[in-house]
Design a protein. Sequence first.
Length: 268
Amino acid sequence: MKAGQAYIFLLVLFTACSQYEKLLKSADYDLKYRKAFEYYNKRDYERAATLFEQINTVYRGSLKGDSVNFYLADSYFKQEDYLMAAESFKLFEETYSRSPFAERAAYLKNYCYYKLSPRPELDQENTRIAMAGLELFMVKYPQSEYIPDCKRLMAELREKLIEKSYLNAMLYYKTEHYKAAIVALRNSLNQYPDSKYREEIKFTLLKSCYLLADRSVPEKRKERFQDAMDEYFSFVDEYPKSHYRKEADKIYRQCMAVLGNEKNNEKE
């Protein structure tokens, strides 16, 4: 950039900043209203949000109140400040439930929580909030154009909860907390029977039951080995050709041998 062009650019930038600073200090709320939308339409969402914040309380209860409130929330959303956007869209829902913007605000609030949902290893509170909100949205607006998107987001979030459940259960198994692993694995199967991890979970459940039994005190061994046998039959019945079958059969034979010895000891 040549020196003359650089000077003109800096002059324009300085003038624009100076005008914006004056606007922030102005008491002309109608001017701020117009300029907020100008900045919004120019995709300068940070400046738009600042102006919407300043006039939000002024226009609350007026005919312009819902548009100010909605576009304030949307300015946060466009800046990817999903937490502020979610809270603002929620407030909009509560304040302007009959507004033409109400449906979109409700959808975007839930979309914000979808964006706030972290990777499966972390706490999934926002995932559950998003799912509950999307489900409620579909009930409230069954004909909405956003229904297909809601279903897609719900499916993605559910897969995340499935993976979270799987990872939690497997962590117990890997750290050799077999009693807790059995509870977590069974809960995962009950909550998500269509899990893509189902085969692995059922085999890990069988293995956890066997390892718990093998480490048990004498008075609990028989019952726990029998539990392992039950899990074996459940596993092979559902997955007769599983690639875990060979190892599962080995566990079965070991259980049979232990239970056979227990029976002989009882006779003696």
